[in-house]
Structures are given as structure tokens and as C-alpha cells.
Design a protein around this ligand. Structure first.
Ligand SMILES: C[S@@+](CC[C@H](N)C(=O)[O-])C[C@H]1O[C@@H](n2cnc3c(N)ncnc32)[C@H](O)[C@@H]1O
Length: 364
């Protein structure tokens, strides 16, 4: 399939905003919404349907068709008959956007364009199905898909060796996209957490939807930063901690840093204890013992990868100040560890607005 059409299909499946779809439709028709493009969109009217209730998908497609028809008409391009007919069908369903207040959830199919290793146009699609809120301002923040989790997912899929065979714990996981990507790259254990009960239920549903990828390797747990105990955090034994768009509420920042500091430090003491007991058994000489311990600590101490959009400079400065007090180093690796653009069709995703930080403990 032509790459422009592939992008248009992925945008429709991801339920990208109407303007973004319109722009991809024009690209596919080399500047105009040709009848070929219209037929392609028509063929996608019935796709992206998970579960019985398709009303939200129908409303979305109705809006897409409305804009496509008016764009074609205003540029004097022929409109295919089927497009009018499908639009009329949607009109007869008498769906009201405002009648969906009770459960404003939609299903998005997020396609990641993974290279097949050859330098050609053939792309291997890795598709994650997610139940999400209709938009970021409706419902719980954790049920929307935030740009930092797209960024973190691209990072994971671009640098799989960092995460494969690692025990990963995510805080404030929201819809669970990062967890599905971690399972895909072969993390040996993935624990997704959130402190909001309805977000957690939605996340569990999404992990179930992607069971063919997650294969029972992803657990979802309730974890509220304010109340979680030190021993519970230590029990995760995480090698890598992840977080996307979790630094925005100054009231939560001290609690989040407390959690991060325990996760980053407890790993160090765990590795130290394991190494000492193992080496005592082997009766290595003192010099080797010390050298191995320090090598192991620098190689394997837990690290955290936090992706964030810095929306409020004061909140971010506050986070940095408390991180310094907790002896946590915060390194900006946004430019250093560049990821591939795996979501080329997602025009609504502003990759440039997201930063990626690597955190590690400076405590001995
Ligand atoms: C902006 S959303 C980001 C969700 C997801 N990581 C993403 O990027 O799509 C923030 C998430 O952090 C969770 N969260 C906020 N405060 C929290 C707290 N004090 N304890 C645990 N989770 C919290 C919210 O429930 C929500 O899921």
C-alpha cells in the first residue's frame, strides 16, 4: 500500500482529529480529495470497532465524512455516491455528540511503524488497541492518552535492548500503552500502577485487549504515591522505573519523589546485599570483592526514565529542587537518545514538546 494511504488508514484507526485526517487525505490525493481517496475512506467506515457499542466510532466517521464531502465539493471534485449514502445512514442514526456523557470512551488503535530492518518502504505495524477518554479534558486524566506516553513508547521500541529482560515498574500508567510496549520488547516483568481506581479498571481492560502481546507478563496494581509503604515499594525489585506525564501537580511532587527515591535506592541496597552474600560464599579475596561490588553497582543500579511536557516551569523547578535534596540525579537525555519517528501519521502528536529524563540515585 502507498505510504500516504497507510498513514491515512492509521490516522483513522487511531481516531485522529478530523483536521489531521483531512490533511492526510489531501496528501494521499496529491493535493486534492480524489475519488480514490474517498473510496478508501469509505472502506474504513466500519473498521476500528471493538465491542458492541459503536456509537462513538459512528459519530467520529460521520464527522470525517461531512468534512471530506464538503472539501471535495468546494474544490469541484466528484464525490463518490457511496460516501453520500454512508453519510445519510449516519444522519439517520440520529446520534448526538452530547448524548455520550455517561461513558465518553472510544477505542483507538495506535499503529507503530517499526522498520523491518531493510531500508525500504515495507513497514511492520505493531498495533495497540486502547480504550481511552474522548479527549484529555473529559473524564479521568488517566484515561486519556498523553503525548509523553507516546514519546516513552517510541523510546522503548527504538531502544529495546535497554528494557529487554528487565523488571519494569511504571508509575501513573494511565491507559497502559507503555506496558504493552515493554512486553513487546521482552521485559521479563512489567508492573503498571496508578492511584486512580477508574483509571486502573480502564488500564486492566486495555491489557486484556492486548493479551496477544502482553501474554500475562503485565500486572496492573493500585499504587497511590501518598500512601504506598516503603516495604511495598521494595518488594517490586524494579530494575527500571518509568513514568509519563506525571509531574504536573505540585501537591503530588514530594510524594512522587519519595516513591522514586525508595525505588532507586532500594535497588542499590538489594544488589549490594545479594553481591556480598554471593561473594562471601565464593570466598573471593577482599580486593576482588570490592571491585566487583562497585562494578555491579554502577552497571545495575535501578534507573528511571521519565518523559514529560514541561507545562509549568515552577512545578518543574520544584521537582528538580526536591530531586537534588533526595540526591537523585536528573539527566536530560532527550537529544542524546533520539528515538525513531514511529508514529508518522499522528499529526496531533507534538513530539518536540516532550523531554526525556534519566534519573538515578547519587546515594552510596
Ligand atoms: C497525565 S496522566 C498520564 C497518564 C499516562 N502516563 C500517559 O502519559 O498517558 C497522570 C497519571 O498519573 C496518575 N496519578 C496522578 N497523581 C497520582 C498519585 N498521587 N498517585 C498515583 N498516581 C497518580 C493519574 O491517575 C494519571 O493516570
Amino acid at each position: 500500500m502507498d505510504r500516504n494511504f497507510l498513514c491515512l488508514e492509521s490516522a483513522l484507526l487511531a481516531m485522529e482529529p478530523v483536521n489531521a485526517v483531512l490533511s492526510l487525505a489531501r496528501q494521499s490525493g496529491r493535493g486534492s480529495i480524489t475519488t480514490e481517496v474517498q473510496t478508501f475512506i469509505l472502506d474504513h467506515c466500519t473498521k476500528n470497532v471493538v465491542g458492541k457499542d459503536n456509537t462513538r466510532h459512528d459519530i467520529y466517521m460521520k464527522n470525517i465524512l461531512k468534512r471530506i464531502i464538503s472539501a471535495a465539493e468546494s474544490s469541484n471534485t466528484d464525490v463518490v455516491e457511496g460516501l453520500y449514502e454512508q453519510f445519510a445512514c449516519y444522519m439517520m442514526l440520529n446520534m448526538e455528540d452530547g448524548s455520550l456523557n455517561e461513558n465518553n470512551k472510544i477505542y483507538k488503535h495506535i499503529s507503530f511503524y517499526l522498520s523491518n530492518g531493510h531500508n525500504d518502504m515495507t513497514l511492520t505495524n505493531f498495533v495497540v488497541k486502547l480504550q481511552c477518554s474522548l479527549n484529555m479534558l473529559q473524564g479521568d486524566t488517566g484515561c486519556a492518552l498523553w503525548p509523553s506516553s507516546l514519546f516513552l513508547s517510541e523510546f522503548i521500541l527504538s531502544h529495546p535492548w535497554i528494557l529487554s529482560n528487565k523488571c519494569c515498574l511504571e508509575v501513573g500508567s494511565g491507559v497502559g500503552l507503555v506496558g504493552v510496549c515493554l512486553a513487546y520488547v521482552g521485559a521479563c516483568k512489567v508492573v503498571l500502577t496508578d492511584g486512580d481506581a477508574s483509571t486502573l479498571a480502564n488500564m486492566e481492560h486495555n491489557i486484556e485487549l492486548n493479551q496477544h502481546i502482553t501474554k500475562n507478563r503485565v500486572e496492573c496494581k493500585y499504587l497511590l504515591w501518598e500512601t504506598i509503604s516503603e516495604s511495598e515499594l521494595q518488594s517490586f525489585q524494579a530494575d527500571i522505573i518509568l513514568g509519563a506525564d506525571i509531574i504536573y501537580d505540585p501537591r503530588c511532587v514530594p510524594h512522587l519523589l519519595h516513591v522514586l527515591s525508595i525505588l532507586l535506592n532500594c535497588g542499590k541496597s538489594r544488589l549490594y546485599e545479594e553481591k556480598v552474600s554471593m561473594q562471601c560464599k565464593k570466598e573471593l579475596n577482599y580486593y576482588n570483592k570490592q571491585k566487583d561490588i562497585s562494578d555491579n553497582l554502577s552497571k545495575k543500579a535501578p534507573v528511571a526514565y521519565i518523559a514529560t511536557v514541561i507545562r509549568n516551569q515552577n512545578t518543574w523547578s520544584y521537582f528538580l529542587r526536591l530531586a537534588g535534596e533526595a540526591r537523585i540525579s536528573v539527566q536530560d537525555i532527550t537529544r542524546m537518545n533520539k528515538s525513531f519517528n514511529l508514529l508518522p501519521y499522528m499529526l496531533s502528536y507534538d513530539r518536540e514538546s516532550v523531554y526525556l529524563f534519566k534519573l538515578s540515585s547519587l546515594c552510596d
